[in-house]
Design a protein. Structure first.
Length: 277
């Protein structure tokens, strides 16, 4: 087994074209998933590739490098719309995992309970993939196709996450339910971005839920109905949650998850709204 650490994207692309490699960033998902089995696959570590880390704003959108850690995301000064993403960054495992785990690794692992996905969905994120054949950009809502499944092809690397500029007044929030405070897989989680007009009514709403279906998703019907409402009197009905398909497992049954999501939606909407002052 070889552990390869290219310093440029071109070198990484060449290696992926000619070798069968497992792409790894922080490794916080990859290595535990081996379940003590011996490694037989060569590994390509992308964390030393120049330009693959960091956060910047250009041409009216944000770019988060694929190898940017959750700690860096949490500590960077970002608009209030990113508050939900930064709250989620502080919920990803332990401090050590936040220091090592990367935003692209969280997406490529494609767990239904990946903490970063719901807030990124509310931010209209897209995923940039690169290879020797060139670059392409895919909406995050299309990138994750199922449990542990993505659109990434074997010779590609996720190089960046792009997020368009949000309205100036938009504020994000994130709610996570787990059996304990840290080092826990989410039972349910909900992210929201809310903007309020001069009359105190909701003028923009984005709500996404994770761990309640095979792939985290936006609740588009709820978002539409929230427009014009007073955030203090919002109600969540079963039809708003119809797109979800939670499972029964040791952490909670489907009925409990739906009840939890309804409460999380209310909390996220109200908390984001109240920060408008």
């Amino acid at each position: 087994m070889r552990y390869l650490t290219p310093s440029t994207l071109d070198d990484a692309f060449d290696l992926l074209t000619t070798h069968d490699l497992a792409v790894v960033a922080g490794g916080t998902d990859f290595f535990p998933s081996r379940h003590r089995h011996e490694l037989h696959t060569d590994i390509l570590d992308v964390t030393r590739i120049a330009g693959l880390s960091g956060i910047e704003f250009s041409e009216n959108r944000w770019k988060i490098g694929a190898a940017t850690s959750w700690t860096d995301i949490a500590r960077t000064e970002l608009p209030e719309a990113f508050r939900g993403l930064q709250m989620a960054a502080l919920e990803v495992g332990s401090l050590q995992i936040q220091n090592r785990g990367t935003i692209a690794g969280n997406l490529c692992n494609a767990s239904p309970a990946a903490d970063g996905v719901p807030p990124l969905l509310t931010l209209d994120a897209s995923v940039e993939l690169g290879s020797a054949r060139g670059f392409r950009e895919v909406p995050l809502s299309d990138f994750i196709t199922g449990v542990r499944q993505t659109q990434r092809i074997s010779d590609e690397i996720v190089t960046a996450i792009y997020l368009p500029a949000s309205p100036d007044g938009a504020i994000g929030h994130f709610e996570k339910l787990g059996a304990r405070r840290y080092l826990v897989i989410s039972i349910t989680m909900t992210a929201a971005i809310i903007d309020i007009d001069a009359q105190g009514r909701i003028s923009d709403a984005r709500v996404a839920v994770g761990a309640a279906s095979a792939v985290a998703q936006r609740l588009e019907d709820l978002e539409t109905e929230l427009i014009g409402q007073n955030p203090e009197t919002v109600e969540i009905s079963p039809r708003h949650l119809a797109p979800l398909s939670p499972i029964d497992d040791v952490r909670g049954d489907a009925e409990f998850r739906l009840e939890a999501v309804a409460e999380q939606c209310l909390r996220a909407i109200k908390e984001a709204s109240q920060r408008h002052g």
